[in-house]
Design a protein around this ligand. Structure first.
Ligand code: AMP
Length: 614
């Protein structure tokens, strides 16, 4: 490793202390290019035209500086963010909440079609510093005068080209006319079609323009593949790849320092020789880790971009982009960690459907088509484990291990118990493979390889309905049988008698716990309590926050569900309908038997003890 962090850091940016602290909490190591360029302009109060797509970190690029300028005493909306879909509205609101965690009394309110209007009206009355909404519903509230923009300081038009595509241009124009003349405007768009340029010309004053330029590079020695997988399925996909793909050393890129540690722990727990490499580690420690990788006592590094800068390890055969990079330059830099010293390398990219634009940009930057890789199936995993098992048995015999004592033992057992050699060998195989079971080869629940739905389905039906003036929206009231696999059931001490509906629970959990609406599973309402499925292994701090969170001013008192359900007559199915697309079809990946092994090529893979893939 040659260098340290020579990039701009968050501390170099004049963000408020509370915001800087939150950034540190979430583990961002350094600003992404769009953030480094946009934040100073937005802090200065300038209008901004940002050419950036999803995945570049653009939400924080506007949320961090705008939060830094918020006056918490003013309860009227100071920032209005318009987004094309309710999914994005929720995500942006969640991001604001996350970055404002140290701003006491801060309130952000997502408003979108398909959401209960009365609840929204009440929330608006209570006041919010930031409103994030879809154009149709924001218009509704402006007409009803339930939303007042007189105190507005900044308008953000997020994914403007998507809003255009969805037919919101006139709505945006109308909303812009309702905003005070002296407001700041930030417009983000992945592309700049004529109509968006026109909006920018009309409503932005001397805007600063920031653009993430694509840098091209040839990467002839590297085979690139993409695996369409997202969220909870990533870990399962990664472990399958680690089992099946022959590799020497591998570097896995993630976005945050926290993620390096978490993923390293998960892989270690699954028997892989993995370690984290991040900017929080001292230079000496980082060098030690890299040295272990070079010497082969470690096979997998989980790193952030900053920590991996300049890393040069000849045996690095694979790069996995577990989290897609912010721009093509970072991508080229990442994959350049392999294919070194005249060797060939493989780069595997995990991408979601919504990141397909970045994928296309990467293809054009690297002037290579990136083929979609087939995710190893459970039967591939089974085959490889069986093959390795056979090899291990063969190796013991080949190596001339001292087996005479065991031969005598087997003969003795055959005599004493009249056991056949075949039966004994089978029983011994069974005992030996317990450590690393052979899956039955069936797909318990296929990790979705195709179209990612968690935020990708931008044809957001809720919002379209909203435009048709219907309030009932979305999948409301539908009962969906969703898999709760990979989730844990919790109890909330509020139910129908307290006037709670599933939307309240989703809203409170998503907002207070800062977890995505999509991660919230099935909800059931009873008279005096409710139950909700939440992802397994949730951070303790999130659970603690949720324990103290309130709905309609009453504490949720979230705790693990134990005991029986109330009688059926009392049960009313919440049939969650929040548009939690990500989980509707699959739920979290099912746990499967997984290997324990050192991750080196071929026969060196040694099972240690049993575990799960996720
Ligand atoms: P966006 O482009 O706003 O959708 O952000 C994409 C993802 O990048 C989100 O999951 C953010 O939490 C994450 N992210 C944003 N900024 C940073 C940063 N500076 N370092 C690490 N992750 C980030």
């Amino acid at each position: 490793m040659t260098d340290t962090n020579d990039a701009i850091t968050f501390a170099d940016l004049p963000l408020s202390e509370a915001v800087l602290k939150a950034v540190q909490d979430v583990g961002y190591e350094s600003p992404s290019p769009i953030q480094a360029q946009s934040i100073p302009h937005l802090l200065e109060g300038k209008d901004l035209l940002g050419l950036a797509q999803t995945g570049t970190g653009k939400t924080a690029a506007f949320a961090l500086p705008l939060l830094s300028g918020i006056d918490l005493k003013q309860r009227d909306p100071q920032i209005l963010v318009l987004t094309p879909t309710r999914e994005l509205a929720i995500q942006v609101a969640e991001a604001f909440q996350r970055y404002a965690r140290h701003m006491k009394g801060f309130h952000v309110l997502p408003v979108y079609g398909g959401q209960d209007m009365r609840g929204q009206l009440r929330s608006l009355q209570r006041g919010a510093h930031v409103i994030v909404g879809t154009p149709g519903r924001v218009m509704d509230h402006l007409r009803r005068e339930s939303l007042k923009l007189s105190g507005l300081k900044t308008v953000v038009l997020d994914e403007a080209d998507e809003m255009l595509r969805m037919g919101f241009v006139d709505d945006i124009e109308w909303i812009m006319e309702q905003t005070p003349a002296e407001r700041q405007v930030a417009l983000f768009s992945a592309t700049m079609p004529y109509q968006i340029r026109k909006i920018a010309d009309t409503h932005l004053k001397n805007p600063a323009t920031v653009e993430i330029k694509a840098k091209t590079a040839t990467v002839d020695t590297i085979t690139q593949k993409v695996c369409m997988v997202s969220g909870f399925h990533k870990l399962d996909a990664l472990t399958r790849i680690l089992e099946v793909e022959p590799f020497d050393a591998m570097i896995i890129f993630v976005r945050t320092k926290t993620a390096t540690v978490e993923l390293a722990e998960k892989l270690e727990a699954r028997g892989f020789a993995a370690a984290a490499l991040n900017g929080d580690m001292s230079q000496a420690l980082r060098e030690k880790v890299v040295d272990r990788l070079k010497k082969g006592s470690l096979d997998i590094l989980i790193a952030t971009d900053v920590a991996a800068r300049g890393l040069d390890v000849e045996r690095m055969s694979h790069v996995v982009n577990y989290d897609i990079p912010y721009d093509t330059e970072a991508y080229v830099h990442r994959i350049g960690r392999t294919g070194r010293a005249g060797r060939t390398g493989t780069a595997i990219l995990f991408a979601t459907h919504r990141e397909r634009r970045m994928l296309r940009a990467i293809e054009s930057a690297t002037r290579q088509r990136i083929d979609t890789m087939r995710l190893p199936s459970m039967s591939d995993v089974r085959d490889i484990r069986i093959r390795q098992f056979k090899e291990e048995v063969g190796k013991v015999l080949e190596m001339g291990e001292e087996l005479d004592m065991f031969r005598e033992l087997v003969a003795e057992m055959e005599q004493e118990n009249a056991l056949s050699y075949e039966d004994m060998a089978a029983a011994l195989c069974f005992m030996a493979q317990k450590e690393r079971p052979f899956p039955d080869g069936k797909e318990p629940e296929q990790p979705r390889q195709g179209r990612d739905r968690d935020r990708g389905d931008r044809g957001d039906r809720g919002d379209r309905r909203e435009r048709g003036g219907r309030e009932r929206g979305g999948e409301r009231g539908e009962r969906r049988e969703r898999s709760n696999e990979g989730m844990v059931r919790y109890r909330v001490e509020l139910g129908r008698d307290q006037g709670i509906n599933p939307g309240d629970l989703v809203g409170a959990i998503a907002n207070e716990g800062k977890i995505s609406g999509q991660s919230i599973g099935h909800i059931k309402l009873f008279d005096s309590c409710s139950s909700v499925y939440l992802p397994e292994g949730m951070d303790k701090n999130i659970i603690q926050t949720l324990q103290g969170a309130k709905i309609r001013n009453r504490p949720m008192e979230l705790k693990l569900w134990t005991g029986e359900e109330p009688p059926a007559s009392e049960r009313r199915d919440g049939g969650r309908r929040d548009g939690g697309r990500g989980r509707r079809e699959g739920g979290a990946p099912r746990r499967e038997g997984a290997p324990r092994r050192e991750g080196s090529r071929g026969g060196d893979r040694r099972p240690r003890r049993d575990n799960s893939t996720s």
